[in-house]
Design a protein around this ligand. Structure first.
Ligand code: PLP
Length: 442
């Protein structure tokens, strides 16, 4: 059934206060820390993702200090932003990393993470990825089914080692998320071991050679508005921990996943870090284990903006459009999740307009904002799409053969291009200009 995504768009202008102080105006123009957005756009072009190192540091320290007193490690979820410069920054702060594929494991290693700093998760890890993780000596592999556990057991045996395993449990907690696609811990979701099978899987983990049952894990969803789901999930994990301990397990960790919320617009929930720490701290105490946390969005979303340039204005069907040089291939969240990102002119002219901000991609679903009261903009103006540091560049594609944007990291008065803009030649780099045909008939 066709669903009109436009109905999901939140209307109206965003109030003040949702943006991090790192993104302020000087002489009327947006800066990231001490670097002007206009300067970056002039030097690097558009579209470009710009991240503030200061915001990432502040976010890391804020969560770290909320959990002080609880034995814990923060493992940044690389899927939110796997740029190696961002990973390196978090590693230097003391973070571990949480990866969900062989590619992310490779990136993490390239960013200097050692095996002991890495968690591997994911619902569909293949044999090669499991093997790579065992060889890397990762701290924990969170498995999501009995079949995966058995495969991992045979791989570990073959390699003559023991893999530390966490069981990702689906605690079957209904969570309220802004979009159904970011809820993961309710009954029937593809993620995790169904609650009713959890004890059976744990017994298998205790029995199987090459496996150490070291942890219980959950991840309930993203952008969780309250801490209540954590309380319900923690109750289930604690209950299961008691049962598996009686059955002979010596758990070393409880992993509570990610999910802390970020403000994209006024009215969005602020994370209750005190309430969160009380719940997850009690779980760690009760189970006598170290707490593992997998924050993604919380560390990086507010650190980033996507800069784009207005190409054209158009009036059609009673609506005003700003057609910009960034589209759904660069920032998929508005189209895929009906997600709201505040959009401002980099240098506002003091007037506002009600606009659809759309990209160049040949899809009606290619938009960054719909029916949005925002700074009025003209062709040539720069816009900033805010809170784009998480699930931004990483979800991009080259659809319509659009080269991927650049990524820039800002630190005080300095900035560096940490990912160069893709070039046309990159688009065909892996294609074979003279393919070699194999005759499959013999
Ligand atoms: C297993 C797991 N852990 C952590 C995260 C990070 O979630 P968030 O970015 O909401 O913190 C995700 C996100 O999808 C996830 O699937």
């Amino acid at each position: 059934m066709y669903r009109d995504r436009r109905a999901g768009e939140v209307r109206g202008r965003v109030g003040e206060g949702v943006l991090d102080a790192a993104f302020g105006r000087r002489d009327g123009a947006l800066h990231c820390e001490d670097v002007s957005a206009e300067r970056i756009a002039r030097d690097v072009g558009t579209p470009t993702f710009v991240y503030s190192a200061g915001v990432i540091r502040e976010r890391y320290r804020r969560l770290s200090s909320a959990l002080s007193g609880i034995p814990h490690r923060l493992h940044f979820t690389a899927k939110a932003n796997s740029n190696r410069a961002v990973l390196r920054l978090l590693r230097e702060l003391g973070a571990g990393v949480d990866v969900v594929s062989g590619g992310e494991l490779f990136r993490a290693q390239q960013a200097g993470f050692a095996g002991r700093d890495i968690l591997l998760g994911g619902v569909g890890k293949n044999a090669l990825e499991l093997r790579e993780a065992v060889l890397a000596g990762v701290k924990l592999i969170n498995v999501e089914s009995l079949a995966e556990l058995e495969l991992l057991s045979s791989i570990a045996q073959e390699l003559g080692t023991t893999a530390a395993v966490g069981l990702r449990i689906n605690p079957e907690v209904l969570v309220e998320t802004p979009h159904a696609y970011i809820a993961t811990g309710a009954k029937g979701h593809k993620f995790g071991i169904p609650w009713d099978d959890a004890m059976h899987c744990a017994q298998a983990a205790l029995r199987l050679p090459g496996i150490e049952l070291a942890a219980l894990d959950m991840h309930l969803g993203s952008q969780l508005a309250t801490v209540e789901p954590y309380r319900l999930g923690a109750e289930r994990i604690a209950e299961l921990a008691a049962r598996v301990t009686t059955a002979g397990a010596q758990l070393r960790y409880v992993d509570v996943g990610g999910g802390l919320p970020v403000s994209y617009q006024s009215g969005d929930p602020e994370p209750d870090l005190e309430g969160y720490a009380a719940i997850v701290g009690a779980l760690a105490r009760e189970t006598g284990t170290e707490l593992l946390v997998e924050p993604g969005r919380f560390f990086v979303a507010a650190s980033g903006v996507m800069l784009a340039r207005v190409l054209y204005r158009k009036h059609s069907g009673g609506k005003d459009y700003a057609i910009v040089d960034a589209g759904m291939n660069d920032l998929l969240r508005p189209s895929h999740y009906d997600a709201y990102h505040q959009i401002d002119a980099v240098r506002p002219n003091g007037t506002t307009a009600r606009l659809d901000v759309v990209g160049p991609v040949c899809e009606s679903g290619d938009f960054l904002a719909l029916d949005r009261e925002m700074d009025d903009v003209s062709p040539g103006d720069l816009i900033a799409v805010h809170t784009a540091g998480a699930y931004g560049y990483v979800m991009g594609s080259t659809y319509n053969a659009r080269p991927r944007p650049a990524e820039v990291l800002v630190d005080g008065p300095r900035y560096a291009v940490v990912t160069a803009r893709e070039q046309y030649a990159d688009l065909v780099r892996l294609e074979q200009s003279d393919p070699v045909w194999s005759d499959a008939s013999c």
